[in-house]
Design a protein around this ligand. Sequence first.
Ligand SMILES: [Zn+2]
Length: 63
Amino acid sequence: MKKVYKACKICKRLTTEDVCPVHGDEKTREDWFGFLLINDVNSEIAKKAEISKNGLYAIKVRS
Ligand SMILES: [Zn+2]
């Protein structure tokens, strides 16, 4: 089975789960665009995106 990544609308974190691992009951959605891999939270890009945890993030999540 193919893994489908879904994004949380609040933190934009990508996960294969149906709910965000950070936001508990926030349902993740498949309607997102582009992604960002953060492996250094002190990098400029992480600061700009206000990301404080390493991981995979969507650039845009449609509501
Ligand atoms: Zn979240």
